[in-house]
Each structure stands twice: as structure tokens, then as C-alpha cells.
Design a protein. Structure first.
Length: 426
């Protein structure tokens, strides 16, 4: 047998140097997981780090808010599920300022629904309240009730659409064939309803009045609000508690609402599945389990795997398990002090991990306050939300920042991060 022999010339020294030059900035990491797996990232110089982060962070500045929303993983495989709103509402009493972050999970349908509907619902309800009172000096509790009702009404509308299409008693009595025919006839409607029912969104929002005397903050989920003020030093005050099972009050609330159900919280998640304990959507955790058994599992291709879904459904005994009632906070602002408000999705908290340097939420809040306050004092402060993101992805640790930006990995390695920094006073 004859073989064809291919002869390759040895690479020239210049080619060796070029090859080495192309890979000299690449590093590998195990992401702190241990084991043999390694992932590649590119070590960037400081100037390139800032430029690359700016390119990926969708940074914007309006008259009163700096914003970023960040997800370094390829958009086609892991799209950013955070959304945000920044609006000014010109009503008869003056300009009201509204800002909000909606952190979606399990898909884009519910978070897009909330983003598209909620601001106008609150604006319309607030306008009606102002017209009724004929005064801009509204009682703070009335505004709080208006915001809370709008959030609950929006969530209830998802459930109402489900019950309108599939009343519970009808679902219990219909055959599989009848159910299949109904879903086929109402395929477009069912696609919308089923997606919104099996996805969810948290909300954190802020509203300030024209006189800048009052600030309202609403929280539904695990995003964070921090007020920043200048006293002897720049300090941050945490405004809201987080709605997850790490919060003892939320943990005990769920246990009280579902006595005797040892799996209502499992693995520190609602029925073992969901991290936030309050959200818009996640309707399958708010309705009888027959909807999960018969409808969502078999007729929602974007839902979780059937075996897991069946297991979770056995734990749905006394819904709802996820609340749609936000915590409301009202602050009277001091016009004599420089004041900022930071809103952020939980992805910003996650970036700091379990670092001892940031061992508590209060330590982080004070760190953010110093970054925002000191940056704002300089004429070239730029985008304050970007300054917070730059610190969170690694700060002065160029290797960590580069890893967070350039990791070569198919799955999403960072949660979505959205930050709004609002100038309230000063």
C-alpha cells in the first residue's frame, strides 16, 4: 500500500512569535467551582476594560437618572431579562418622576408585559387621585395604596385571563380530547396566557413628587433600593427588605400561610423551585395544581421538564405560594442635603458574592454611597450607574473584571444586572 506523504515546512520564528502574541493575554479559570473544568477568558488592560464594559452596559443618562443594563453572555443564547423605566409625568401639579426595574425570570413575556403596562397604570391612577383631590399635597398613604393596587391589579389580570379561558370547574370536567381542541382553537391566546403564567418578574420602583419632598418606593421581589446622603461622610441607607427565603420574615410568612406543608419551602426556594417569594406572574404557583398537571406541563413548550414539573405540582396544596403584594416605603426628603437613590436588580448583589470585604448589605450600601457621592462631587462624574457596575465586576482586580466580561462559556455565567442612580437633591 502506498501512502501520500505531506511535508510541512517548519514555522518561521516570526510565525511562532505571532502565535504567542495572539494567545499571551488568555487565561483560564475554574470559576471557584473546583474540579478539572476550566474556561478561557482574555485579560484586558485597564483602558480596554472600561471601553469594553461601556460597550456592553447600554449606559444612558437622562436629566435625572443614570442607567445601565448588563449581560455579557451572548444575547442569542441568554438574552437579558431585565427591563427598566425612566419617565417624567407632567400633571397639573407639576413633574412627577418615575423609575423602575423589572427583573424577569424564566422568559421575556411576563417582564415585557409588566414593563409595557405598569407605568401607565400607575400614572393613570395617580392622575385620577390628583384630579379628585385638586391638590398636589396628597396624603402619602393614598399614593402608596395607589401604587400597591396597580401592581396587584396587573398581576391579577394574568390570573383573570387564565380563568376566563379555562375556568377551574370546566378544566376538571373536560376530557383530554376536549381540552386539546380548546387549546388548538385558542392557540394564540393560549400561547400568551401560558407564557405569562409560567414566567415572572420582580419589581422595584420609585416615585417622587414635583416639590421633591416625598419619595415612594415599592418592592416586590429581591431587588434593592438604597438612599445615599451626605452627612459627616457619604452613607447608604437600605430602604427595603428582600423577598426571598433568606429573609426570616418571608420564610415565616410562607410557613404561616401553609401550615403543615413541609415542602412549601424546599432547598430555600418556594416549593423547591422559585427564589423570589413575591412577583408578578408565576401564576402556576398561585392557582390550583390541576392547571399545572393538565395545562402548563403538556401544552407549554417553554416550561420546565415534565418530571420536575410533576414533582413540584404535588407540592401545590393551598395556593397561592407567591405573593403579589408589594412592600411600600415613604420618605420625606431633606432639601438641604445632597441625596441620591440607587435601584438595582439582584444581579448587582450577586457580583460581590461572599467576599469578606462586603460581608453585609449595609457594608455594600456604604461602599456604593461613597462611589456615587465622591464621583458626583467631581465635574467629570459621568454615568454614576456605570461607576457602580465597574466596581462590582472586579474594581481594581483586572483579572476578575476581565473574567466577568470575556469568559468563553456557553451558559450564562452572570445574572443580569440593571442599575439606576437618581439625583433627588443637590
Amino acid at each position: 500500500m502506498e501512502y501520500n506523504v505531506i511535508r510541512l515546512d517548519a514555522a518561521a520564528s516570526s510565525e511562532h512569535l505571532q502565535a504567542l502574541e495572539e494567545v499571551k493575554d488568555f487565561r483560564t479559570t475554574d470559576l471557584g467551582r473546583g474540579g478539572k473544568d476550566r474556561w478561557t477568558y482574555r485579560l484586558l488592560p485597564e483602558s480596554a476594560l472600561d471601553a469594553e464594559l461601556w460597550r456592553r452596559s447600554n449606559a444612558h443618562s437622562s436629566r435625572f437618572v443614570d442607567s445601565i443594563t448588563f449581560q455579557p453572555c451572548a444575547a442569542h443564547s441568554s438574552p437579558n431579562q431585565d427591563r427598566y423605566s425612566i419617565e417624567e409625568w407632567d400633571m397639573h401639579s407639576g413633574i412627577w418622576r418615575f423609575s423602575a426595574i423589572y427583573d424577569g425570570h424564566c422568559g421575556l413575556d411576563t417582564v415585557n408585559f409588566v414593563h409595557g403596562k405598569l407605568p401607565n397604570m400607575i400614572r393613570t391612577s395617580l392622575g385620577a387621585l390628583l384630579n379628585k383631590s385638586q391638590s398636589s399635597a396628597l396624603a402619602p398613604e393614598l399614593v402608596s395604596e395607589t401604587i400597591s393596587y396597580a401592581i396587584q391589579h396587573l398581576d391579577n389580570s394574568i390570573r383573570a385571563d387564565l380563568f376566563d379561558l379555562l375556568p377551574c370547574d370546566q378544566l376538571e370536567s373536560m376530557s383530554d380530547f376536549e381540552f386539546h381542541c380548546l387549546i388548538k382553537q385558542q392557540s394564540c391566546r393560549w400561547a400568551t396566557i401560558s407564557a405569562q403564567c409560567t414566567q415572572g418578574s420582580t419589581i422595584i420602583l420609585a416615585l417622587s413628587d414635583p416639590q421633591k419632598r416625598n419619595l415612594w418606593v415599592a418592592n416586590l421581589g429581591d431587588s434593592q433600593a438604597v438612599i445615599v446622603q451626605k452627612e459627616a461622610d457619604w452613607t447608604g441607607a437600605i430602604l427595603n427588605s428582600l423577598h426571598n427565603c433568606d429573609n426570616p420574615a418571608e420564610f415565616q410568612r410562607i410557613l404561616r400561610e401553609h401550615p403543615g406543608e413541609r415542602e412549601c419551602i424546599w432547598d430555600n426556594r418556594v416549593i423547591g423551585y422559585l427564589a423570589p417569594t413575591r412577583a408578578v406572574g408565576d401564576t402556576w404557583l398561585k392557582v390550583p395544581s390541576i392547571y399545572t398537571h393538565r395545562a402548563f406541563g403538556k401544552h407549554n413548550p417553554n416550561c420546565i421538564s415534565l418530571p420536575l414539573l410533576a414533582e413540584y405540582a404535588t407540592r401545590i396544596l393551598s395556593p397561592p405560594y407567591v405573593s403579589n403584594v408589594p412592600d411600600m416605603y415613604h420618605l420625606t426628603l431633606d432639601g438641604s442635603r445632597d441625596t441620591f437613590l440607587i435601584l438595582c436588580s439582584d444581579g448587582l448583589l450577586d457580583l460581590y458574592g461572599s467576599s469578606r470585604e462586603h460581608s453585609s448589605a449595609q457594608v455594600l450600601a456604604n461602599k456604593w454611597a461613597k462611589i456615587v457621592g465622591l464621583s458626583a462631587r467631581h465635574g467629570d462624574a459621568g454615568n454614576l450607574a456605570f461607576r457602580l457596575l465597574r466596581d462590582a465586576i472586579g474594581g481594581s482586580d483586572a483579572a476578575l473584571a476581565s473574567q466577568n466580561l470575556t469568559l468563553e462559556m456557553d451558559e450564562k455565567w452572570l445574572d443580569d444586572v440593571t442599575i439606576l442612580v437618581q439625583r433627588l437633591m443637590g
